[in-house]
Design a protein around this ligand. Structure first.
Ligand code: FE
Ligand code: FE
Ligand code: MG
Length: 170
């Protein structure tokens, strides 16, 4: 715990730690959603989508690492039991029970949009008050924006593929 770290934060540190624990829970769920989704995946473009989903999974894990380090610096206790992940997370875990590539991608897209909202919220809360957490939130936010864009591109390509096939049939 960094005593001075807590000292210089001009905000409610307890409230911030709670937000960070929610974000930490969301990152672990996002990690698993990508990781298991990549393995369930079926359909066109599988060979391109699968490695990208696995890469995103590792990036979510890296986010969890950044967030847990900040919780500890602020003297907080990171969520210690996975049973709390669902309880704390504001972004729902979407079970990949339909393996079709578009469905999996859409579930991950929903998750990314929720994550963007989360880091926007943390950035807003810490702006000008806790530079360190603010900088971390922006760093993660930039990754989440990239993730959203990657998935949107895949979905656009799949839609185009379907459209082209439809034209051939006509
Ligand atoms: Fe993330
Ligand atoms: Fe992400
Ligand atoms: Mg990517």
């Amino acid at each position: 715990m960094g005593r001075k770290a807590i000292d210089i934060a001009k905000l409610d540190v307890e409230k911030l730690i709670q937000m960070l624990n929610e974000a930490l829970s969301e990152e672990w769920l996002a990690y698993y959603q990508y990781w298991i989704g990549a393995r369930m995946l079926e359909g066109p473009m599988r060979s391109e989508v699968e490695p990208e989903l696995l890469l995103h999974a590792t990036e979510e894990l890296a986010h969890a690492e950044l967030v847990v380090n900040r919780i500890l610096q602020l003297g907080g206790t990171p969520v210690l039991n996975p049973s709390k992940w669902i309880e704390y997370a504001k972004c729902p875990y979407e079970e990949p029970n339909d393996p079709y590539v578009e469905v999996i991608l859409q579930q991950n897209l929903d998750g990314e949009r929720c994550a963007i909202q989360r880091y926007e919220e943390i950035a807003e809360y810490t702006y000008g008050k806790d530079h360190s957490t603010y900088q971390m939130a922006i760093q993660i936010l930039n990754d989440e924006l990239e993730h959203e864009h990657d998935i949107e591109d895949f979905l656009a390509d799949l839609a185009r593929l379907k459209e082209d096939i439809r034209k051939i049939r006509l």
